[in-house]
Write a protein that binds this ligand. Sequence first.
Ligand code: FES
Ligand code: FES
Length: 151
Amino acid sequence: MRVAFTVNGERHEADVWEGESLLYVLRERLALPGSKNACEQGECGSCSVFLDGTLVCSCLVLGAQADGHEVVTVEGLASGDDLHPVQQAFVDAGAVQCGFCTPGLVVAAADLIERSPSPSDDEIREALSGNLCRCTGYQKIFDAVRAAASA
Ligand code: FES
Ligand code: FES
């Protein structure tokens, strides 16, 4: 089926199989590899995107369900060469090791700060509880989110 939707402010159309995920459509049909495929079953958060402003795991959303809707991926958070404050904070804090979890964490943290500009540590923990990182031990990720919020 043919779907048409907006991704990072640009209109896109794609031919998709009814059973393929939004994550697959973004990565394989629209050449947007920022959202990562780590588990493909809603467990790790590495595929997180905004769908009409709501944080979702794009591996759990069908590409067909995005028809007529608006998607923002980690690529869409930056403004040209200017990183989103959360992206910049992750770089500055050294919160990236292999980087596989990073796009999902950045999107989830951006969502948190949008909803709660000065989040408590418990709010940060809860907001990032759906995002798994195998490398960092989370401390630098927390530092980055705190820094982004105070920026
Ligand atoms: S790839 Fe979607 S939650 Fe892990
Ligand atoms: S930096 Fe490697 S999984 Fe998080």
